[in-house]
Structures are given as C-alpha cells and as structure tokens.
Write a protein that binds this ligand. Structure first.
Ligand code: NAP
Length: 261
C-alpha cells in the first residue's frame, strides 16, 4: 500500500522546540504514524505535555530539556536519546526565530544571535546526530526554515538572512550526506502559533489573510504534514530541497510598516 510509506513504525525522532507550535505538531504527527519521539525545548512542563500527548498514540516518548544555542545541552539531548532508544532516525531542527526589526536598529550582537539560534544550532545538532544515523539505517533531517529566507521585505534583515542560510545549509548537506541521510527544509509561511499571535489583532489577521493567496493563515498541521512526508520513506528520493509551505505566498503578507532609512 502506498500509504504504508508514510508510516514511521519503530523509528526514533528528535524534534527541537517541540513544547508548542510547529515542533509540537511535528512530534505528535510522527507519534501518530508510529515513531518514538524525543521532545525537547527549554520549558520542562511543555515538553512533558507533548510527550504525554505523543504517548496517547502508543509512542514511547521522552522529554529532554535543551536550549539549542548551548552545544553542551545539545550533546545531552543526543546522549539521552541514545541511552533510551539506541538510535536516531529523524531529526527536526525546528527551534529558531528572531523578531522583526529595522536593519539600522539591528546590532551586530542581534544579527549574530539570529544566526546562532537559526543556523549554528541546526548545524551543531546535525553534526552530532548524523554519525548515529549512518551507524543505523540512515535517516532524515528536516530543517524548519521560513518564507522570510526567500522574500524581500523590510524588517527581516537578521531573521531572513539566517533562514536563507539555513535553506542553503540544507541544500549543501543534502549533497554531502546522500544517499544514506536525507536533508530537506520547509520554508514555512505565516502560521498562527505563539510566535505570531502577539502581532495578530483582528485587523492585522484579516490583512494577512487577504494578502495570502490561499486566504488563511497556516495551521501547525499544514507544516506537520509536510514534515511527515519529508521524514518518512514516502520521500525517499528527495534530498537537499526546500519545500515552500506558505499558502501560495510570492510576496510578503506582513502588513507592518518599518521606517525607511
Ligand atoms: N509561526 C510562523 O509563522 C513561522 C513562520 C516561518 C517559520 N517559522 C519557524 O518555525 C519554527 C517554530 O516556530 P513556532 O511558530 O512554532 O514557534 P513557537 O510557537 O514560539 O514555539 C517555539 C518552540 O521552540 C522552543 N524554543 C524557543 N527557544 C528555544 C531554544 N533556545 N532552545 C530550544 N527550544 C527553544 C519553545 O519552547 P521554550 O521557549 O520553552 O524553549 C517552543 O517549544 C521556528 O524556527 C520559526 O522561525 C515560524
């Protein structure tokens, strides 16, 4: 059956930033399709809640607190995963972000922080995990990038540059790790999560919806389904690619004005 190729029975998936939002959606989708999941973020109660919900699908789920910007904590989450499961098949580098800000108000420290959080952390964790994938049956890495890495829009110099770099890293590592480990990214459009909700009063939401071809904001599941495809054998001929899951956006749907220089 073709549908069987989406199944993740017996696979072990590590998802960063899985206490809420897109990361949580990915962890729960993987659990629903049979994977054991390692839920990781800084807030213990939130990752424990994700793990509990994953467990309801019959998954063996582990919650390991981790700040992805700290290499020592990344090493800890990898070793806790191996201790419990003895393997890692799927890695989702999801934790990331950086608030919009005019370029002239973006200090070197802020710019570096955006890069560290969105790119260096993903590179570090991938470097730690891939050797274990290679020891096993191979694996799949899914990086959560952003439409902001592709679109030209004011206020996104730090975040957009960092996500563009994460997309470039995806293409480069896809080549380097083929054929046993696949590396793909999702260039995510505007999703109604706690990262976006603070900006969304009713008027702004309406403006964003009317600027989005598919006439709505994205839901976590829109991304989780794409991640499921990229993590599963269904995409076994796909690597080094950036999937645009963004409601059809070809220009910014961000309605805020930033002062021009
Ligand atoms: N929402 C959107 O519209 C959108 C659009 C494009 C791309 N994205 C990308 O999607 C990813 C997830 O965003 P989201 O909207 O789901 O965000 P979210 O709802 O705010 O969730 C973020 C998750 O990451 C965790 N996290 C934050 N800082 C962390 C750190 N230093 N180390 C480890 N975990 C950390 C958070 O938990 P703790 O705070 O407890 O650590 C939380 O579990 C990000 O890479 C973001 O750039 C989102």
């Amino acid at each position: 059956m073709l549908m069987d190729r989406f199944k993740l029975d017996g696979k072990v998936a590590l998802v960063t930033g899985s206490g809420r939002g897109i990361g949580q959606g990915c962890a729960l989708a993987f659990a629903e399709l049979g994977a054991h999941v390692v839920c990781s973020a800084r807030t213990p109660e939130q990752i424990e809640e994700t793990a509990e919900r994953a467990g309801a699908f019959g998954a063996d789920a582990l919650a390991v607190p981790c700040d992805v910007t700290d290499a020592g904590q990344l090493e800890n989450v990898v070793s806790k995963t191996l201790e419990r499961f003895g393997r890692i098949d799927i890695l989702v580098n999801n934790a990331g972000g950086s608030p919009p800000r005019p370029a002239l108000d973006t200090s070197e420290a802020m710019f570096n922080r955006a890069f560290q959080f969105n790119v260096t952390s993903a590179m570090n964790l991938t470097r730690m995990v891939v050797p274990h994938m290679l020891e096993g049956d191979g694996g799949s890495v899914v990086n959560i990038s952003s439409a902001a890495g592709r679109l030209a829009q004011s206020g996104f110099a730090a975040y957009g540059t960092a996500k563009a770099a994460l997309s470039a890293l995806t293409r480069l590592l896809g080549q380097e790790f083929a054929p046993r480990v696949r590396v793909n990214a999702i260039a995510v459009g505007s999703i109604a999560t706690s990262a976006l909700l603070p900006f969304l009063d009713e008027k702004t939401r309406g403006q964003m919806e009317s600027m989005t071809p598919m006439a709505r904001l994205g839901e976590v599941d829109d991304i989780a389904l794409a991640a499921l495809y990229l993590a599963s054998p269904a995409s076994s001929w796909v690597t080094g690619k950036i999937f645009e899951v963004d409601g059809g956006t070809e220009s910014t749907n961000w309605p805020f004005e930033f002062p021009s220089a």
